[in-house]
Design a protein around this ligand. Structure first.
Ligand SMILES: Nc1nc2c(c(=O)[nH]1)N[C@@H](CN(C=O)c1ccc(C(=O)N[C@@H](CCC(=O)O)C(=O)O)cc1)CN2
Length: 280
């Protein structure tokens, strides 16, 4: 019987730990403030932003909300980020992605001060991670490491296969697994013989962006499977990149969708907000 890795439970544990930390910081007169920017009203983004604000409230972090219309100009958003960079009361700046097509995401991310980059997307944060220096780490891959560690799954010496090479998940994920002494392979759309390569993984991270793409033909028997995807299936039910029902009896542990990786993204954002006070 596979171990179902409960991301909701683990994220709640992390939030409880952070709540205690924030309380003791408050006693020392330290308040943490996160600026949350959403441009447009993409329904999924509104849900995520709402959940981030709720998590802030629960933990005791102050959130400042900036809801900008879809037609906001790139220069206007850059100006807001620059103002927040200078604001001494703001510890972290979050710009919810995706942004409307007329705004260059890279330009916005590069403008956020690396000292307030609680998403860990700034090139300086990514560079620090890749050379093993302390800095903000992208929340989803950082959450996956916590899921593995807190479920008693060791990474050292394991064959780790990451499917997907995005800047937000695949690349930082590979760096973190390497830091934990895993042997890491990164696969992508041009990888030849994907099934064979994926089957090498003792730990398989699926971040492909295709609903139910990974079935048991891609998975070594007894592997640990982490599913980063979030989609709606033909019945409008949430599902991941992995065909859960097909693989569940073939693996030793697996994250469900929903309730696996997703909640960890928000817990690790809260973790980064608390960490940010050490950097200012
Ligand atoms: N600025 C950022 N933008 C985006 C990020 C990010 O880390 N920073 N990641 C994703 C979206 N995201 C957070 O922003 C996110 C996605 C999913 C979940 C989550 O809890 N999912 C639930 C299901 C929720 C549902 O009902 O749809 C789950 O998997 O259980 C949290 C955060 C892109 N943008």
């Amino acid at each position: 019987m596979a171990q179902i890795i409960d991301g909701k439970k683990i994220s709640n544990e992390i939030k409880e730990e952070l709540k205690d930390k924030v309380l003791s910081l408050k006693k020392d007169g330290v308040e943490i403030t996160l600026a949350v920017i959403q441009v447009g009203n993409d329904p999924a983004s509104s849900v995520y932003v709402g959940n981030k604000k709720k998590a802030c409230e629960y933990i005791g972090i102050k959130s400042l909300s900036y809801e900008l219309p879809e037609e906001t100009k790139e220069e206007e958003l850059l100006k807001l980020v620059e103002e927040l960079n200078k604001d001494k009361k703001v510890n972290g700046i979050l710009v919810q992605l995706p942004l409307p097509k007329h705004i260059h995401e890279d330009k916005i991310i590069e403008t956020i001060s690396p000292l307030k980059d609680v998403d860990g997307f700034h090139p300086q944060s990514v560079g620090r991670l890749s050379i093993g220096q302390k800095g903000f780490v992208s929340c989803t891959p950082a959450g996956i490491i916590q899921l593995l560690k807190r479920s008693g799954i060791s990474i050292e010496g394991k064959e780790c296969v990451v499917i997907g090479r995005s800047n937000i998940v695949g690349k930082p994920m590979s760096m973190l697994l390497l830091k934990e002494n895993g042997t890491v392979t990164v696969c992508h759309s041009k990888t030849k013989n994907l099934k064979e390569v994926a089957k090498r993984g003792d730990i398989l991270i699926a971040a492909i962006g295709k609903p139910k793409f990974i079935n048991k033909e891609y998975i070594k028997e007894g592997a640990v499977v982490i599913d980063v995807g979030i989609h709606r299936d033909e019945n409008n039910k949430l599902c991941g990149d992995v065909d859960f029902d097909d693989v569940v009896d073939h693996v030793s542990a697996i994250t469900p969708v929903p309730g696996g990786v997703g909640p960890m993204t928000i817990a690790m954002l809260m973790h980064n907000c608390v960490d940010s006070i050490e950097l200012l």
